[in-house]
Ligand binder design. Structure first.
Ligand code: NIG
Ligand code: FE
Length: 426
């Protein structure tokens, strides 16, 4: 089955010569093609060009079974890539959210045994099947908002058994979902109560007990640590990143959300693929990131929801850095995986231009999960994960019209996504 999309008002983020990421001043440049066609074949992007150059008869003659879609007045984007989520969880946490409304900080809630530990308790009680079913519903929702690839972390297990359970759930999601999924082992997400005051013993357990099993079952593409005040120290973080590398598993870490934790520098030192959150990023952190292979990733949803300071993204881009944006979809600090909303937040809260926000949620977030050769732009040979918008006046409308779904048709692996595909049995 092949798909020909014709009369496209504008193709967004098309690349004649694909790049792995964009940085600095290039963040504000977005390649587009007006009045265009796009041809998808064998699950890949096969051709695109201007309508005036389309030889439709030839395409229809040479390919059996071509689905023709008229995209008059509509735009085609590469699917969003969401490089940081915790979307496998057993229960929402809106009650704890009330504490937040009343003024308790994220750290205070965590100290009361709420937060991540609350989710960990619920995960321990849930079956793999229940977790898969709940996560598939969330995946269906983010697909409809335009996400085509997603990274999912463990980290609500915090025991060997439950961490493995979460990672097995993610493995199952990889098999069931049309999304491209990457799994991250986040055993060091929070310190279990019984290890408080002796957290190095928990870190020992993560490294010596959990990680070997995770590697043996090939359950993780990346390894993560919450490196911040009240959570894991710099020393813990470096030990874990080093241990991951011994198994060939690169880091993608939580860093500098609550303080200048040194996490950014540790990530760079151990060649992490990304460092994420970054509310506390100063000159030393920017310096470390320059000339590194580590993608700085900002999570507007969490900063917005927790009422935090915002990462200095303008300063970072002015210094020449690339920037990725992800949703951080999780029940505690960002209960939404809507990447369109993330783009709007990027513009409204961080003053990012539409072009910068689109680059940050496509090509750069694809880099942040090791996928930018496959996804993140519309380029010949890349995976055919794209969406067709509703009729919109311009791509600037994407961040501007926050709150409404501008995605009309989703195509994943070269096939139109059907809303019923999430209703199947597990
Ligand atoms: O990325 N910062 C650490 N972890 C998550 C929060 C998870 C939770 O509160 O459940 C985050 O924001
Ligand atoms: Fe997170």
């Amino acid at each position: 089955m092949a798909i020909l999309i014709e009369n496209i008002k504008e193709i967004i983020q098309m690349e004649a010569s694909p790049r792995l990421m964009v940085k600095g001043a290039d963040m504000a440049k977005l390649p587009t093609l007006k009045d265009a066609y796009l041809f998808l074949e064998g699950g890949r992007i096969a051709a695109f060009g201007r309508m005036k150059d389309l030889n439709k008869q030839e395409i229809l003659f040479e390919n059996e079974d071509v689905q023709v879609i008229d995209a008059k007045g509509k735009m085609v984007f590469p699917s969003f890539v969401d490089s940081h989520t915790h979307l496998v969880y057993a229960a929402s946490r809106e009650i704890e959210y009330i504490d937040k409304i009343k003024g308790l900080s994220y750290e205070e809630i965590a100290k009361k045994g709420g937060g991540i530990l609350n989710s960990a308790k619920k995960i321990q009680e849930a079956s793999e099947e229940e977790l898969v079913e709940a996560a598939m519903k969330r995946l269906d929702e983010i697909i409809r908002y335009g996400t085509g690839a997603v990274e999912i972390k463990s980290g609500y297990g915090l025991t060997t058994e439950s961490e493995l359970k979460m990672l097995r759930v993610i493995k199952k999601l990889k098999a069931l979902s049309p999304l491209t999924i990457r799994a991250t082992f986040l055993g060091a997400h929070s310190i279990p109560m019984e290890y408080r005051g002796k957290q190095h013993l928990y870190v020992d357990k993560v490294i010596n007990e959990m990680l070997p099993l995770v590697a043996e079952e090939n359950l993780a593409d990346f390894i993560d640590v919450f490196c911040d005040t009240g959570f894991f120290t710099l020393e813990d973080t470096e030990r874990i990143l080093e241990a991951g590398l011994k198994y060939g598993i690169r880091g993608k870490i939580h860093a500098n959300e609550l303080d200048y934790s040194g996490g950014i520098q540790a990530g760079v030192k151990y060649n992490a693929l990304s460092v994420d959150h970054l509310e506390f990023t100063g000159d030393a952190e920017i310096e470390a990131l320059l000339n590194s292979a580590t993608m700085p990733t900002v999570l507007p949803g969490a900063a917005f929801f927790l009422g935090m300071v915002y990462a200095p993204v303008r300063k970072m881009m002015d210094a020449g850095l690339p920037l990725a944006l992800a949703s951080d979809f999780n029940p505690g600090s960002s209960p939404s995986g809507n990447m369109q909303l993330i783009i709007s937040m990027a513009s409204i809260l961080y003053k990012m231009l539409p072009e910068e926000a689109i680059n940050a949620t496509t090509i750069n977030s694809a880099y942040a999960m090791g996928l930018s050769e496959e996804l993140g732009s519309i380029a010949i040979g890349k995976k055919a994960n794209v969406f067709i918008t509703t009729e919109i006046p311009s791509y600037e409308f994407m961040p501007y019209a926050y709150g409404s779904n501008k995605v009309e048709t989703v195509i994943l692996n070269g096939t139109v996504y059907s809303p019923h595909s999430a209703d199947r049995d597990f």
